[in-house]
Every structure is written in structure tokens, then in C-alpha cells.
Design a binder for this molecule. Structure first.
Ligand SMILES: [Zn+2]
Length: 173
């Protein structure tokens, strides 16, 4: 079993067609990277538009995260940036759950998303969830200062990863 996994946003492809395509494209990608003076990490670039991740080929048993805790362990930086993008509405646990829903292509029914989707329509919630993740990735260099301070989010995420209790309602208010 092989699959492709983005090393930044967690986007996941396990269908053979995409895996084969990435393998065909990889020489071109690696040449482009080296021309820019950077060492390629994966086979190709992540197709999610604002994401600067690369698709890593993984063979064998590495499982897709199945629980919010596994999503938190696998993507701590993304969780931190999503907390910032939510202006502290998400806690490490609820942000990790939103990342997990995103990876699985499932809607997340939190108040923030249902507010943005203006209801509980599944397609709208999926779209809102994608946009939230994209905003988190796109805004990652601007997450500082009031309500969106990445170092604060990062410290919280690390605290929870080490087994500490996360905040109950929101990250910082
Ligand atoms: Zn990505």
C-alpha cells in the first residue's frame, strides 16, 4: 500500500492514479526545486493552493490519523495556525478535530463553521472547513499579536501534546 501525504496540510491521496501521476512528475519537480536552490522533500508540490507542502510518498502501514489526538501529534503546526486563524475560538483539541475532519473530507459542526456556513448544509460546511484550513496555512506568517499569536498557540499545543490539560472552551478568552 502506498499513499501520498502532504507534509504541511495533511492532504492525502491513496488512489493509484494520483500516486502514479506524482511518480511521473517527480523528476520535473525535483529539477525545479534544485534550480531554486532548495532540496525537494517530496515527489511533487501539494495541490492545495496556498499550501507550500510537498507530497511525500509513504509505503507500508503508516495510518492516516484516526483521532483528534493523532491529528494533533501529526500536524501540531497546522493545529496551532488554525487556532490563530480562529482567533482563539478553537482549542488544541477542537482545532485538531477540525483538521481530522478536513483530512477525512467530513464536515465539522462547530459553531464557528456553522456560523460561516449560515447553517448545517454539509457541502457548505465542507467548503468552510477547507477555507479555514487554507486561511490558516496562508496566514501562517502573519500569526502574531492580539488574538492570533502563533507562539502562544504553539505553547498550548505543546502543553497538550505533553499530556497537559487543554483549555475547556476557547484558547484565549
Ligand atoms: Zn498541503
Amino acid at each position: 500500500m502506498e499513499h501520498l501525504e502532504c507534509d504541511r496540510c495533511g492532504r492525502w491521496y491513496s488512489d493509484q492514479e494520483n500516486v502514479d501521476w506524482a511518480k511521473q512528475q517527480t523528476d520535473t519537480w525535483k529539477e525545479l526545486c534544485r534550480r531554486d536552490g532548495v532540496e525537494p522533500r517530496g515527489l511533487v508540490a501539494c495541490p492545495v493552493i496556498p499550501c507550500e507542502g510537498e507530497m511525500i510518498l509513504i509505503s507500508g502501514r503508516r495510518r492516516r490519523p484516526n483521532t483528534p489526538k493523532e491529528a494533533l501529534e501529526r500536524y501540531p503546526r497546522l493545529v496551532g495556525h488554525l487556532i490563530c486563524a480562529s482567533l482563539g475560538y478553537f482549542t488544541p483539541e477542537t482545532a485538531a478535530n477540525a483538521v481530522l475532519n478536513y483530512i477525512r473530507g467530513e464536515p465539522n459542526w462547530c459553531e464557528w463553521y456553522t456560523h460561516m456556513a449560515r447553517g448545517w448544509d454539509t457541502d457548505k460546511l465542507l467548503q468552510v472547513g477547507r477555507h479555514a484550513l487554507e486561511d490558516a496555512v496562508r496566514g501562517r506568517h502573519h500569526h502574531q499579536g492580539y488574538m492570533a499569536h502563533y507562539p502562544q498557540a504553539q505553547a498550548l499545543v505543546e502543553h497538550v501534546l505533553k499530556g497537559g490539560a487543554g483549555p475547556a472552551f476557547a484558547s484565549w478568552f
